[in-house]
Design a protein around this ligand. Structure first.
Ligand code: G1P
Length: 265
Protein backbone atom coordinates (compact mmCIF):
# COMPACT_ATOMS: atom_id res chain seq x y z
CA UNK A 1 0.00 0.00 0.00
CA UNK A 2 1.62 3.30 -1.00
CA UNK A 3 1.53 5.73 1.91
CA UNK A 4 -0.28 8.28 -0.27
CA UNK A 5 -3.32 5.95 -0.19
CA UNK A 6 -3.53 5.80 3.61
CA UNK A 7 -6.77 7.42 4.67
CA UNK A 8 -7.05 10.44 6.89
CA UNK A 9 -10.61 10.01 8.24
CA UNK A 10 -12.17 8.60 5.06
CA UNK A 11 -10.10 9.96 2.17
CA UNK A 12 -6.63 8.95 1.00
CA UNK A 13 -3.88 11.47 1.71
CA UNK A 14 -3.46 12.04 -2.02
CA UNK A 15 -7.17 12.92 -2.33
CA UNK A 16 -6.87 15.54 0.43
CA UNK A 17 -3.98 17.12 -1.46
CA UNK A 18 -5.84 17.05 -4.79
CA UNK A 19 -8.81 18.66 -3.00
CA UNK A 20 -6.52 21.47 -1.81
CA UNK A 21 -5.15 21.98 -5.34
CA UNK A 22 -8.60 21.93 -6.92
CA UNK A 23 -9.94 24.41 -4.38
CA UNK A 24 -7.08 26.72 -5.43
CA UNK A 25 -8.20 26.49 -9.08
CA UNK A 26 -5.65 23.98 -10.39
CA UNK A 27 -7.03 22.27 -13.49
CA UNK A 28 -4.46 19.62 -14.36
CA UNK A 29 -2.91 17.19 -11.90
CA UNK A 30 0.41 15.50 -12.60
CA UNK A 31 1.28 12.60 -10.32
CA UNK A 32 4.89 11.51 -10.01
CA UNK A 33 4.68 8.00 -8.66
CA UNK A 34 6.98 4.98 -8.54
CA UNK A 35 6.97 1.21 -8.62
CA UNK A 36 4.00 -0.46 -6.90
CA UNK A 37 1.99 2.75 -6.78
CA UNK A 38 -0.42 2.10 -9.67
CA UNK A 39 -3.31 2.03 -7.20
CA UNK A 40 -3.00 5.84 -7.12
CA UNK A 41 -3.82 5.98 -10.84
CA UNK A 42 -6.74 3.60 -10.30
CA UNK A 43 -8.08 5.77 -7.48
CA UNK A 44 -8.50 8.66 -9.91
CA UNK A 45 -10.54 6.54 -12.33
CA UNK A 46 -14.19 5.53 -12.44
CA UNK A 47 -15.04 2.82 -9.89
CA UNK A 48 -17.44 0.98 -12.20
CA UNK A 49 -18.38 -1.95 -9.94
CA UNK A 50 -18.77 0.26 -6.88
CA UNK A 51 -20.94 2.75 -8.78
CA UNK A 52 -23.10 -0.10 -10.06
CA UNK A 53 -23.60 -1.46 -6.55
CA UNK A 54 -24.42 1.98 -5.15
CA UNK A 55 -26.91 2.64 -7.98
CA UNK A 56 -28.65 -0.70 -7.36
CA UNK A 57 -29.02 0.18 -3.70
CA UNK A 58 -30.25 3.70 -4.38
CA UNK A 59 -27.29 5.30 -2.56
CA UNK A 60 -27.45 8.54 -4.50
CA UNK A 61 -25.53 10.65 -1.98
CA UNK A 62 -22.55 8.26 -2.01
CA UNK A 63 -22.65 8.21 -5.83
CA UNK A 64 -22.64 11.98 -5.91
CA UNK A 65 -19.64 12.07 -3.53
CA UNK A 66 -17.71 9.62 -5.73
CA UNK A 67 -18.26 11.63 -8.88
CA UNK A 68 -17.41 14.90 -7.12
CA UNK A 69 -13.92 13.58 -6.30
CA UNK A 70 -13.21 12.38 -9.82
CA UNK A 71 -11.19 14.79 -11.99
CA UNK A 72 -12.59 15.47 -15.46
CA UNK A 73 -11.34 13.21 -18.28
CA UNK A 74 -7.92 14.45 -19.43
CA UNK A 75 -7.22 16.40 -16.22
CA UNK A 76 -4.72 13.87 -14.87
CA UNK A 77 -1.27 12.71 -16.01
CA UNK A 78 0.94 10.10 -14.40
CA UNK A 79 4.65 9.55 -14.66
CA UNK A 80 7.14 7.51 -12.70
CA UNK A 81 10.35 8.26 -10.94
CA UNK A 82 12.24 5.07 -11.77
CA UNK A 83 14.82 5.39 -8.98
CA UNK A 84 14.51 7.26 -5.67
CA UNK A 85 17.16 9.89 -6.41
CA UNK A 86 15.56 12.73 -4.46
CA UNK A 87 12.74 15.26 -4.59
CA UNK A 88 14.50 17.38 -7.22
CA UNK A 89 14.84 14.36 -9.47
CA UNK A 90 11.17 13.42 -8.97
CA UNK A 91 10.10 16.87 -10.14
CA UNK A 92 12.48 16.78 -13.09
CA UNK A 93 10.68 13.57 -14.19
CA UNK A 94 7.61 15.74 -14.91
CA UNK A 95 9.46 18.33 -17.01
CA UNK A 96 7.80 17.40 -20.33
CA UNK A 97 4.36 17.11 -18.77
CA UNK A 98 4.61 20.54 -17.12
CA UNK A 99 6.19 22.24 -20.14
CA UNK A 100 7.16 25.90 -20.17
CA UNK A 101 4.71 27.13 -17.53
CA UNK A 102 4.73 27.99 -13.84
CA UNK A 103 3.36 25.16 -11.74
CA UNK A 104 2.31 24.32 -8.19
CA UNK A 105 4.01 21.52 -6.30
CA UNK A 106 2.34 19.75 -3.38
CA UNK A 107 4.07 17.02 -1.38
CA UNK A 108 1.37 14.56 -0.33
CA UNK A 109 2.90 13.53 2.98
CA UNK A 110 2.26 17.06 4.26
CA UNK A 111 -1.39 17.81 5.04
CA UNK A 112 -2.34 21.36 5.88
CA UNK A 113 -5.48 22.16 7.81
CA UNK A 114 -6.81 25.71 7.50
CA UNK A 115 -9.95 27.42 8.71
CA UNK A 116 -10.27 29.58 5.58
CA UNK A 117 -8.50 29.44 2.22
CA UNK A 118 -6.32 26.36 1.70
CA UNK A 119 -2.52 26.61 1.81
CA UNK A 120 -2.07 26.57 -1.98
CA UNK A 121 -4.81 29.19 -2.43
CA UNK A 122 -2.90 31.42 0.01
CA UNK A 123 0.30 30.91 -2.02
CA UNK A 124 -1.55 31.81 -5.22
CA UNK A 125 -2.64 35.13 -3.67
CA UNK A 126 1.03 35.92 -3.03
CA UNK A 127 1.88 34.81 -6.57
CA UNK A 128 -0.80 37.13 -7.99
CA UNK A 129 0.88 40.03 -6.19
CA UNK A 130 4.59 39.19 -6.57
CA UNK A 131 4.93 36.58 -9.36
CA UNK A 132 8.15 34.54 -9.43
CA UNK A 133 8.39 31.61 -7.05
CA UNK A 134 6.47 31.24 -3.78
CA UNK A 135 7.12 28.85 -0.89
CA UNK A 136 4.95 27.95 2.10
CA UNK A 137 6.96 28.22 5.31
CA UNK A 138 6.34 27.82 9.01
CA UNK A 139 8.38 28.33 12.15
CA UNK A 140 9.64 25.33 14.04
CA UNK A 141 11.83 24.47 17.03
CA UNK A 142 15.57 24.70 16.44
CA UNK A 143 16.14 21.00 17.22
CA UNK A 144 13.91 20.01 14.25
CA UNK A 145 15.44 22.30 11.61
CA UNK A 146 17.95 19.72 10.36
CA UNK A 147 15.07 17.62 8.92
CA UNK A 148 13.86 20.31 6.53
CA UNK A 149 14.69 22.91 3.92
CA UNK A 150 15.24 26.21 5.78
CA UNK A 151 14.95 29.70 4.24
CA UNK A 152 16.96 32.83 4.94
CA UNK A 153 14.68 35.86 4.53
CA UNK A 154 14.63 39.64 4.47
CA UNK A 155 12.21 41.63 6.59
CA UNK A 156 8.67 41.06 5.39
CA UNK A 157 5.13 42.36 5.71
CA UNK A 158 1.85 40.52 6.10
CA UNK A 159 3.69 37.24 6.66
CA UNK A 160 5.32 37.50 3.19
CA UNK A 161 9.14 37.51 3.19
CA UNK A 162 11.55 37.98 0.26
CA UNK A 163 13.88 34.97 0.30
CA UNK A 164 17.65 35.64 0.14
CA UNK A 165 18.96 32.12 0.72
CA UNK A 166 17.99 28.59 1.63
CA UNK A 167 19.61 25.35 2.70
CA UNK A 168 18.43 21.74 2.71
CA UNK A 169 18.76 19.88 5.99
CA UNK A 170 21.26 22.25 7.64
CA UNK A 171 23.76 20.82 10.11
CA UNK A 172 22.79 21.40 13.71
CA UNK A 173 23.31 25.03 14.72
CA UNK A 174 23.88 26.30 11.17
CA UNK A 175 20.31 27.03 10.02
CA UNK A 176 19.85 30.60 8.73
CA UNK A 177 16.43 30.99 10.44
CA UNK A 178 13.74 28.91 12.10
CA UNK A 179 11.48 28.98 9.01
CA UNK A 180 11.10 25.66 7.25
CA UNK A 181 9.76 24.94 3.76
CA UNK A 182 6.52 23.04 4.21
CA UNK A 183 5.64 21.00 1.15
CA UNK A 184 3.81 23.61 -0.95
CA UNK A 185 5.50 25.56 -3.73
CA UNK A 186 4.77 27.66 -6.82
CA UNK A 187 7.71 27.37 -9.17
CA UNK A 188 8.83 28.72 -12.54
CA UNK A 189 9.76 26.22 -15.29
CA UNK A 190 13.42 27.39 -15.36
CA UNK A 191 13.88 25.13 -12.32
CA UNK A 192 13.93 22.19 -14.77
CA UNK A 193 17.03 23.54 -16.56
CA UNK A 194 18.87 23.53 -13.24
CA UNK A 195 17.59 20.10 -12.19
CA UNK A 196 18.76 18.76 -15.55
CA UNK A 197 22.35 18.86 -14.28
CA UNK A 198 21.45 16.22 -11.68
CA UNK A 199 23.76 17.59 -8.98
CA UNK A 200 23.42 15.87 -5.63
CA UNK A 201 23.27 17.53 -2.22
CA UNK A 202 22.14 16.58 1.29
CA UNK A 203 21.86 12.82 1.77
CA UNK A 204 23.39 12.24 -1.68
CA UNK A 205 20.02 13.16 -3.26
CA UNK A 206 19.12 15.60 -6.03
CA UNK A 207 17.55 18.29 -3.87
CA UNK A 208 14.89 20.77 -4.97
CA UNK A 209 16.13 23.28 -2.39
CA UNK A 210 19.61 23.32 -4.00
CA UNK A 211 18.07 23.93 -7.43
CA UNK A 212 15.92 26.77 -6.04
CA UNK A 213 19.02 28.33 -4.50
CA UNK A 214 20.68 28.31 -7.94
CA UNK A 215 17.62 30.03 -9.44
CA UNK A 216 17.55 32.69 -6.71
CA UNK A 217 20.03 35.16 -8.34
CA UNK A 218 17.86 35.39 -11.47
CA UNK A 219 14.31 35.05 -10.09
CA UNK A 220 12.36 36.29 -7.10
CA UNK A 221 11.34 33.92 -4.31
CA UNK A 222 8.83 34.84 -1.61
CA UNK A 223 8.13 32.82 1.52
CA UNK A 224 4.61 32.92 2.95
CA UNK A 225 4.05 32.09 6.59
CA UNK A 226 0.66 30.60 5.78
CA UNK A 227 -2.35 30.51 8.08
CA UNK A 228 -3.01 26.94 9.09
CA UNK A 229 -1.49 23.91 10.68
CA UNK A 230 0.60 21.23 8.98
CA UNK A 231 0.80 17.52 9.74
CA UNK A 232 3.77 15.43 8.65
CA UNK A 233 1.91 12.29 7.65
CA UNK A 234 5.22 10.58 6.86
CA UNK A 235 5.60 10.12 10.63
CA UNK A 236 3.34 7.90 12.72
CA UNK A 237 2.44 10.58 15.24
CA UNK A 238 1.87 13.20 12.54
CA UNK A 239 -0.43 10.84 10.66
CA UNK A 240 -2.44 10.03 13.78
CA UNK A 241 -2.67 13.71 14.75
CA UNK A 242 -3.93 14.53 11.25
CA UNK A 243 -6.69 11.96 11.62
CA UNK A 244 -7.77 13.46 14.92
CA UNK A 245 -7.63 17.06 13.68
CA UNK A 246 -9.49 16.35 10.44
CA UNK A 247 -12.10 14.21 12.22
CA UNK A 248 -12.74 16.93 14.82
CA UNK A 249 -13.28 19.45 12.01
CA UNK A 250 -15.93 17.33 10.27
CA UNK A 251 -19.52 18.50 10.62
CA UNK A 252 -20.93 14.98 10.36
CA UNK A 253 -18.73 13.17 12.90
CA UNK A 254 -16.82 15.85 14.87
CA UNK A 255 -19.19 16.04 17.86
CA UNK A 256 -19.47 12.25 18.29
CA UNK A 257 -15.72 11.88 17.89
CA UNK A 258 -15.07 14.38 20.72
CA UNK A 259 -17.15 12.18 23.03
CA UNK A 260 -15.09 9.12 22.06
CA UNK A 261 -11.82 10.98 22.60
CA UNK A 262 -12.97 12.17 26.02
CA UNK A 263 -13.59 8.56 27.04
CA UNK A 264 -10.06 7.62 25.97
CA UNK A 265 -8.32 10.53 27.62
C1 G1P B 1 11.31 17.70 1.59
C2 G1P B 1 12.08 18.94 1.13
C3 G1P B 1 12.33 19.88 2.32
C4 G1P B 1 11.02 20.20 3.00
C5 G1P B 1 10.30 18.91 3.41
C6 G1P B 1 8.93 19.14 4.07
O1 G1P B 1 12.14 16.96 2.45
O2 G1P B 1 13.30 18.55 0.54
O3 G1P B 1 12.95 21.06 1.86
O4 G1P B 1 11.25 21.04 4.13
O5 G1P B 1 10.11 18.05 2.27
O6 G1P B 1 8.04 19.68 3.21
P1 G1P B 1 11.87 15.39 2.77
O7 G1P B 1 10.67 15.36 3.67
O8 G1P B 1 11.62 14.74 1.46
O9 G1P B 1 13.11 14.92 3.45
Amino acid sequence: MPKEMLTVVDRPLIQHVVDEARAAGIEHFIFITGRNKSIIEDHFDKQVELEEALRERGKTMELELLSRDLPEPGQTSFTRQQSPLGLGHAIWCARDLVGDEPFALLLPDVLVQTSGAGCLAQLLDVYAEHGGNVLAVEETDSEDLHNYGVVDVETGENDIYPVKGMVEKPASGSAPSNMIIMGRYILQPEIFDILQAGETGAGGEIQLTDAMLKLLPSQSFHALKYKGRSFDCGSKVGFLAANVAFALARKDIGATFVQELKKLL
